[in-house]
Design a protein around this ligand. Structure first.
Ligand SMILES: NC(=O)c1ccc[n+]([C@@H]2O[C@H](COP(=O)([O-])OP(=O)(O)OC[C@H]3O[C@@H](n4cnc5c(N)ncnc54)[C@H](O)[C@@H]3O)[C@@H](O)[C@H]2O)c1
Length: 327
């Protein structure tokens, strides 16, 4: 167990999951929520933590090493900035800010004060995504040609965030993580069918400097529940499917080839299809452990801040493309 003192702000739907993990892994010293009702509901679950509705009370406590922010998205930047300014390490739910300029400010402030500001990109800690990364990094799939994410379902219909920001942040964090580049061309189209100005269905296209291309289908108006990322390599193809219980990752030994006897004609090759073993570890626990490691001086603090910035910058570009053609 780590002796880092952690405060969790925001105890609505997601925050209690973070509080539970930090209560197990470190010292949960404060829980904070603007709503007295939430504090009353969650307080008994975390008897060793002090409770407050005043974020400044948490920041004023010198014993607090790290602040975890699970409040609504529009509050992230301001709360993260104030926590960094007070000398606290920060784990902030995704996206860490609504503008690239704000994410840059968070990164600069963290660098200046030698603190961690880590976005809650949960999927990056998923053992299935780690396996995809290993397959990409070891060259097992050959050169990566294209990849795409499917994040579709019927519901949950949101009114304050469109499908790009609400759903796309997950796939985008994985796509940028696997490719290791930021796109130099982005394109997004969608439509707001239910709530004016809030796109329920968004299609995105991204092209990277290396020539790789990616696509995301994001929707809460769909008959299929899909949580899938497909990576097409020149030698093999791999799929991460988070709806599967056991077969989270499948590798397809399928590829194009040019046998010598075909004199330059392309053929396709089909071989085995197999599923590597993926550990059952809870991604959120792994994310929390990674953050505690950063606080204690392990890992690359600036890399996580840079990852958060890259995702916000790309979301901002996609949003601009979406708005360029009014629905
Ligand atoms: N990583 C994931 O898979 C995942 C899943 C769900 C939600 N989230 C993220 O978690 C965050 C919270 O989402 P949610 O669904 O739990 O929202 P929610 O509305 O259920 O909870 C937010 C809580 O924050 C409190 N709050 C608001 N402003 C505050 C402030 N200034 N100080 C302290 N408390 C404040 C509210 O009273 C509320 O209890 C969002 O950023 C969301 O994107 C992440």
């Amino acid at each position: 167990m780590s002796d880092v003192n952690v405060a969790v702000a925001g105890l609505g739907y997601w925050g209690p999951n973070l509080a539970r993990n930090f209560d197990d892994l470190a010292r949960l010293t404060w829980i904070c929520d603007a709503s007295a009702e939430q504090l009353e509901r969650q307080g008994p679950r975390f008897p060793t933590a002090q409770a407050t509705s005043d974020f400044d009370e948490v920041l004023a406590d010198d014993a607090v090493d790290a602040v975890v922010i699970a409040t609504p998205v529009p509050t992230h930047f301001d709360l993260a900035r104030r926590a960094l300014a007070a000398g606290k390490h920060v784990l902030v739910e995704k996206p860490p800010a609504l503008k690239a300029e704000e994410a840059e400010q968070l990164r600069a402030l963290a660098q200046e004060r030698d603190l961690a500001v880590m976005p809650g990109h949960l999927l990056l800690y998923h053992p299935g995504v780690q396996k995809l990364r290993e397959l990409v990094d070891t060259g097992s799939l050959g050169e990566i040609l294209c990849l795409y994410g499917n994040r579709q379902n019927l519901g949950k219909i949101r009114k304050d965030e469109n499908a790009l920001w609400s759903l796309g942040v997950h796939d985008l964090s994985v796509i940028l993580y696997l490719i290791g580049e930021e796109p130099d061309e982005v394109w997004a189209r969608g439509n707001a069918f239910l709530t004016p100005g809030v796109e329920d269905v968004v299609f995105c296209f991204l092209r990277f400097p290396s020539g790789k291309i990616a696509h995301m289908h994001l929707s809460w108006l769909d008959p299929h529940k899909m949580r899938k990322i497909t990576v097409v390599g020149g030698e093999k193809m791999a799929v991460f499917d988070d709806m599967e219980l056991e077969r989270k990752v499948t590798v397809y030994e399928k590829a194009p080839e040019q046998p010598a006897h075909t004199y330059g004609e392309w053929r396709t090759r089909t071989g085995d299809i197999w599923c590597p073993k993926i550990p059952n570890d809870e991604p959120l626990r792994l994310e929390c452990e990674y953050f505690l490691g950063l606080v204690e001086g392990d890992g690359e603090r600036d890399q996580v801040a840079a990852d958060g910035l890259a995702v916000v910058r790309t979301l901002e570009q996609l949003q601009a493309s979406l708005e360029a053609v009014p629905a």
